[in-house]
Design a protein. Structure first.
Ligand SMILES: [Zn+2]
Length: 417
């Protein structure tokens, strides 16, 4: 095992740690060389120009592997044959420092964009990867059997698989841009990020010259139906669902919310759009339980069901705030960055009832034509509390919203049931 890493710890906590080997980053610059690569690898600390490191939360597991002496710390990934099967960009959005502040568009196919630098020993790693896959989903089989979706041998194969292109995107934060998006001072943002994570990266407060941070948070996965390059063509019909992870429903089919039904309905419609010559996109964000986490979420479920009068649409949001301190921590302001990576300018069918998502998308300069709500027949019985509460709070619906006694009357199952 190669272990020629220095054994003493450098906290990298002083601005005088600027090395001549460090490449500058000009966020939003026209081409990758002028922009400069994000170097967050740890094999040569002098060349690092970012705070944090790759793989989001999994960086901690990599550290465990190194500590357990199962992983050579000086390992550099062999990127041969790992490149994307599809070409994306560059689009105009890639050259706008304000359009994307939470991902790095040049993090896709770094072996192409930064070939010479990598030949010269720079350890530059991808933060975006693309591959192709097929989906096998029971609800989709049903949609085919009922004639809602047809087998065309192209999007839907003979054995009812859906062909997709999938894209994984790790977060890369441009801190001045994040601060601007949230309307806070950058220095204040860095201080709070440092303090409220129990002091995670000292460079946040000691190295104001480092503007890029790779936060240890979840990534985003995108599934594309049809020709991926059509996403940037506004004359091609585009169906989109922006979905925040809900493991309980998405994977396990838990019936207290509408997450899986809405997700699968989005997949079905995205495939259908591709079949009529359009393109579909499902963006899946790892923001479990409104980005408050699953422990908080389960506590809220109990609090909702045990409160006086039982689980009711009238008190839905209040219970979350009591437990978590805030109703929602997803910061939808950052969500459209993923759409801008694909050069999206117009969404014909947006599968979402959330006013926060809609406002963020439209506010980022993307036109939305139709907003699609989940069909009533797909809502599980216990999830009517959630859906009525959301509609009453301003979520989109072409139908009617309940209020007062009518809203109070929407009740969920008891905790013992
Ligand atoms: Zn859910």
């Amino acid at each position: 095992m190669t272990t020629n890493k220095s054994s003493h710890i450098i906290l990298a906590s002083h601005a005088n740690l600027l090395y001549k080997e460090t490449l500058p980053i000009h966020w939003g610059a026209k081409n990758p060389i002028e922009r400069g690569p994000v170097v967050a690898s740890l094999t040569d600390k002098k060349r690092r120009n970012a705070i944090g490191t790759h793989s989001g939360t999994y960086a901690v597991y990599r550290a465990l592997s190194i500590a357990a002496k199962k992983y050579p710390p000086m390992h550099k990934p062999d990127l041969e044959n790992t490149y994307s099967p599809v070409k994306f960009g560059p689009y105009d959005s890639w050259h706008d420092p304000d359009k994307m502040v939470s991902i790095d568009p040049w993090g896709l196919d770094v072996q192409d964009h930064f070939k010479e630098l990598m030949k010269n020993g720079h350890d530059i790693r991808p933060t975006i990867a693309v591959t192709q896959a097929r989906l096998q989903i029971p609800e989709i089989y049903e949609a085919i059997d009922k004639g809602r979706l047809k087998i065309d041998g192209k999007i839907v194969t003979e054995n009812k698989d859906i062909r997709v292109t999938k894209v994984a995107l790790e977060p890369v934060w441009y801190l001045p841009g994040i601060a601007k998006r949230l309307n806070v001072d950058e220095g204040e943002l860095r201080k709070v990020l440092f303090e409220e994570t129990g002091g995670i990266f000292p460079e946040l407060v000691t190295r104001p010259d480092l503007k890029i941070m790779l936060p240890p948070i979840g990534s985003t996965t995108v599934y594309i139906f049809g020709n991926p390059e059509d996403l940037s063509r506004s004359n091609v019909e585009l169906t989109c669902r922006v979905h925040d992870e809900c493991n309980g429903s998405d994977v396990f089919g838990s019936d207290i919310c509408t997450c899986r039904p809405y997700l699968i309905y989005g997949i079905e419609d995205a495939a259908r759009t591709a079949q009529r010559g359009g393109v579909g996109i499902i963006a899946y964000y790892r923001k479990e339980g409104r980005a408050l986490g699953e422990v908080t979420k389960f506590l809220v479920y109990n609090a909702r069901k045990r409160q006086e009068g039982g689980d009711s649409a009238a008190n839905y949001f209040k219970r979350t705030e009591c437990v978590a301190g805030v109703e929602d921590a997803r910061f939808q302001e950052l969500m459209p960055d993923i759409l801008h990576f694909f050069g999206i300018k117009k969404i014909h069918n947006l599968h979402s009832m959330s006013n926060m998502k809609y406002d963020a998308i439209v506010g980022s300069g993307i036109e939305v034509i139709n907003r699609i709500e989940i069909p009533m027949e797909l809502i599980p019985t216990d999830a009517h509390v959630e859906i009525e509460a959301k509609k009453a709070a301003g979520y989109f619906t072409p139908g009617t919203k309940k209020a007062g006694d009518e809203l109070k009357a929407v009740k969920g199952r008891d905790i013992e049931e």
